[in-house]
Design a protein around this ligand. Structure first.
Ligand code: GSH
Length: 248
């Protein structure tokens, strides 16, 4: 599924050219053959509503890795008809296609892309720590989503008041790690997820990072990554509302 394995036996030590542009994944050498496994470079296709919503981090990560993204935008009218919803494994969007692989669940998508493009740690321990960080980002995102969709008018003030308690651990983690990322010395999918959420939180409460220098510099540093910056400045991306109900 999704991962096309192409094992090409060599003749006289020469590797046969693959039919289409592919990225070598790894090489396995045995006594008399060299097998090469490739992942396909089919562009990713994302089906989602015309909002940043749960796909901001994914888009930034794909942009950062120079990956082509095709987008199928679904209007709320189309969604209301029920046919697309019925075609979704868990009745919800986003949906990401990578070759034959079809994924639902935005965090699974982040993991998939992170795994493929080196944004999932350099060993199993780092990967587990990155999972832990991402789960904590998800916890805060769920609180934010609940506020936006269920409690905006009554709960905004209390949410903003409590926000520092949720940001503090992330600030401490970033301050402690010399790289300025959540885990290890490289940006991971959890960093992109945190970055996206922080951008949303800054819209909700422009001063929310003021007492968190590590979070502030993390946002500045990530915003300045050339391809992320280009996406953030892209008109099509900029004009997407953050959330589906117009609240932010
Ligand atoms: N856990 C899912 C949540 C997906 C989700 O909440 N999707 C919303 C849009 S962001 C949706 O499809 N809403 C329409 C519906 O539930 O009918 C994920 O992370 O992808």
């Amino acid at each position: 599924m999704g991962r096309e394995r192409d094992s090409t036996k060599t003749e006289g030590g020469f590797i046969k050219e693959p039919r289409v542009a592919r990225t070598p994944l790894h090489f396995r050498r045995s006594a008399c053959t060299v097998e090469i496994y490739y992942y396909t470079m089919a562009p990713y296709t994302l089906t989602y509503f015309a909002v940043k919503g749960r796909c901001g981090a994914l888009k930034m990560m794909l942009a950062d890795y120079g990956q082509e993204l095709k987008e199928n935008l679904v209007t709320f009218d189309e969604w209301g008809k029920g046919e697309i919803k019925a075609s979704c494994l868990f009745g919800q969007l986003p949906k990401l296609q990578d070759g034959d692989l079809v994924l639902f669940q935005s965090n699974a998508m982040l993991r998939h892309v992170g795994r493929k493009h080196g944004a999932y740690g350099k060993n199993d321990c780092e990967a587990s720590l990155i999972d832990m960080m991402n789960d904590s980002v998800e916890d805060l995102r769920l609180k934010y989503i609940k506020l936006i969709y269920q409690e905006y008018d009554t709960g905004k003030e209390a949410f903003i008041k409590d926000l520092a308690n949720h940001l503090k651990p992330f600030d401490a983690i970033l301050a402690k790690n010399k790289s300025g990322f959540l885990v290890g010395d490289k940006i991971s999918f959890a960093d992109f997820n945190l970055f996206d959420l922080l951008l949303n939180l800054k819209v909700l409460s422009p001063t929310c990072l003021d007492s968190f220098p590590a979070l502030k510099s993390f946002v500045e540093k990530t915003s300045a990554r050339p391809k992320v910056k280009a996406l953030l400045e892209n008109d099509d991306f900029k004009k997407l509302p953050i959330n589906g109900n117009g609240k932010q």
